[in-house]
Design a protein around this ligand. Structure first.
Ligand code: DC
Length: 200
């Protein structure tokens, strides 16, 4: 299952709920880029950091901060970095029992043959508010306006890059979560996946 979309649209929440409901493995592919971005902030060279990435690196603390998110978006624009992270994602996608991957290019590049594709989106303001609440709960001192600005910068960079830009796959269903509760968004995603599985 491929779940793509811009930052803080609800992809992760939906992907986790879908994985739990259907018994699939779950990979948050943003963590790969965040782990590389974090290494780069600590002085590493992006491609070397991507090639040396291990599963343990995905469990490191501090990957969810806004600074690491911005660094992730920058390293994610480097084509060779994306290539270095491809095999790990494809191997995860093929795991027995099924898998859900969320990111920016899962339905377009990583898993073009995914059995179900969702593109999860929401208005900039609602996404910024959700992300601001998460960051504030995690102890980060940042205003909602700053979050909105960095989120727009990140989306613009993720959408404008030449390598695997953020965009819905032609066969993805678009799910706008602006006015949806978590429960309603998860229910809509599950219904789409059930339909996709039934029509196999
Ligand atoms: O989903 P996230 O906010 O944790 O992702 C962090 C950055 O990583 C995002 O701004 C762009 C990049 N990314 C990507 O280019 N491709 C993916 N499949 C996932 C994330």
């Amino acid at each position: 299952m491929a779940i793509d979309g811009p930052a803080a649209a609800g992809k992760g929440t939906i992907a986790r709920a879908v994985a739990a409901a259907f018994g699939f493995g779950y990979l948050d592919t943003g963590l790969l880029y965040r782990a590389v971005g974090r290494e780069v902030l600590e002085g590493a060279e992006p491609l070397a950091a991507a090639r040396a990435l291990t599963v343990e690196d995905l469990a490191r603390d501090g990957l969810r901060t806004s600074d690491v998110g911005a660094a992730a978006s920058k390293v994610a624009a480097i084509p060779e970095v994306r290539v270095a992270l491809l095999d790990f994602q494809r191997a995860f996608a093929r795991r027995a029992g099924g898998a859900v991957l969320d990111g920016r290019d899962i339905g377009t590049v990583i898993c073009p043959d995914a059995e179900a594709k969702l593109f999860v989106t929401a208005s900039d303001e609602v996404r910024a508010l959700r992300r601001w609440q998460e960051l504030r709960d995690a102890g980060e001192e940042i205003t909602a306006e700053e979050v909105l600005e960095t989120l727009r910068e990140r989306d613009a960079r993720d959408s404008a890059r030449a390598a695997a830009p953020l965009k819905p796959a032609g066969d993805a269903i678009v799910l706008d979560t602006t006015a949806l509760s978590i429960e309603a968004a998860v229910a809509a995603a599950k219904a789409h996946i059930e339909r996709a599985l039934a029509s196999r």
